[in-house]
Ligand binder design. Sequence first.
Ligand SMILES: Cc1ncc(C[n+]2csc(CCOP(=O)(O)OP(=O)(O)O)c2C)c(N)n1
Ligand SMILES: [Mg+2]
Length: 643
Amino acid sequence: MDTIRLTLGEAIVRYLDNQYVTIEHNGEMIESKYVDYFYTVFGHGCVLGVGEALSQAEHSIKVMQGRNEQGMAQAAAAYGKMTNRMKIIPCISSIGPGAANMVTAAAMATVNNMPLLLFMGDTFASRQPDPVLQQIEQLHDGTVTTNDAFKAVTRYFDRITRPEQIMTALTNAMRVLTDPGHCGAVAIALSQDVQGESYDYPAEFFRKRVHFIPRQIPCDYEVRQVAEKIKESKKPLVIVGGGVRYSLAGETVKAFCEKHNIPFSETQAGKSAIESSHYLNVGGIGVTGNSSANVLAKDADLIIGIGSKFTDFTTSSKWLYADKQVVTINASAFHAGKLDSIKMVADALEGVKALEKYLDGYKTAYTTEIADAKADWDKEMDRLASCAYSEDYVPEIPNHVDDSVSGFVKATGGVITQTAALALIRKLIPDNAIAVGAAGSLPGCMQRMWTTDTRDAYNMEYGYSCMGYEIAGAFGSKLAYPDREVYAFTGDGSYNMLHSEMITALQEGKKINVLLFDNASFGCINNLQMGQGIEALCTESRYRVGDEPIRNGEFMNIDYATCAKGYGYVTYTAKTMDELEAALLDSMKQTKPTLIDIKVLPKSMTDGYGGWWNVGCSDIPRTEKGKEALKEKQEHLLEARKY
Ligand SMILES: Cc1ncc(C[n+]2csc(CCOP(=O)(O)OP(=O)(O)O)c2C)c(N)n1
Ligand SMILES: [Mg+2]
């Protein structure tokens, strides 16, 4: 057997440089080199091991310098998503805190089925330096390190204490990363000393490997079962989930819906699989959905979930259509089996294609309902787009501290409403621009209001809704699509949580655009708090008055444009719609990254359109509003699906 003597670090780099993936689409094989970039935050736990190999060994991988491990790994996960899982950016951190910083990102990737490969420095296998700097030292178990925290949030975890173990670990990593149904984060802990230890690896291990991403073919029995339910139904509604995007099934699902006249709604992960302007596209569904999708969902007699995991919030799955039959097409038997469905375990594209055999001349009984629901929503969109501040302005969200709006205007001078800002941004930026977001009130507004006719132009991380993904995710999206404008839609809360990869974007010469919606609040959480009758507390950025709770003071006015200017971003402050328009137009002419600090009125985000979800609340409410909230919850729970 031919062997080659390499250190563990060198073996990892050489192996990853030789991986390719391929998927069949429209009769052609699409092949992609799997690793073009490697992302690092070096520390003593990795700089001399894998770091040495990345620096010295021969390879074709571009190595990037991360700023914060969570941001780095979130950018990498976004890249995996936006390349439709055809590429990854492996990340490496040091031991201890560096590794711990990646746990959040690993969870986020796993929840969203995004491919993410993480390497973390670990304690010495030899135990000679015991404790090494940053070692946790558990008294009850000598084998536990910080890295054990990854076990709860990854689809595969391994710990390497001998250099030859990496061969099975990397084989398993590729299995998980290319698994269409259960793709997620892989974390491989590398003992600090072992990274530099060498081994006679079989040369065969490093040959070019092309990993075929299989399309799960459904079994005929399940196809017939699902087809029967569709044929019995007069008013079905399709939910397009992220699986439709990953399997490149947008065109197929669209043709299916056209042929049978079935309206389709979209989840956050499914948006931009099919064009927004399509006459059957009724838009976002669920708690963050719009009226057209939610009205039709209530009226439907069958829900057809394609590539959706039915998260309660985005699909309102346990209430909106609690009494309706659900059929599913999903590459994962786990997700397909939810909501007591009649399930078809299949790739979205193959599953939809297979149905045709049994649907004969099936057509739904819809007449004008779809167009009517869409027309109603279009009217509402026009209203939202024209919401403007005035003396007698009434905010969209009814529950607020008396001076929430006036106090904000006084402190910042900003008078822009969030809904009008979104409509203007949509009008001005290119249709193929990629919109990236994750948390706060923006995802709800955008699932309702954001439209695009360009594939893969929307990257909303709403499985984990992790604050901080917005900017990191924008950078990852830009690496995937260097020729398209990319916009991070972030609230002030998310911006403050994490924006460190702005510097990496600058360093890499990648233009991202940060749209910072500063309402000086954790706006959506303040809405939830006050909507349940709880007095505002620590959800608005107000100065503390004496020893009083953070509730009544003046609003803080932070000049984010100046902060970002210091990094080297081209920045703008927009307090009026005219200023926002001018800033957007100018930012499109720039080649450097940009940031617009948009001062948006608190409470000016969209309200609900007929969804409901169960949030834990006190069963001994102390206020009238709290009593109402509890009563409403109990009533809804009676109607809700129990499992
Ligand atoms: C990492 C993380 N921590 C906490 C939360 C809970 N959370 C959700 S939204 C939010 C506030 C968001 O504020 P901001 O970004 O300003 O958005 P707004 O609601 O004001 O639009 C918080 C704290 C979260 N989603 N992610
Ligand atoms: Mg905010």
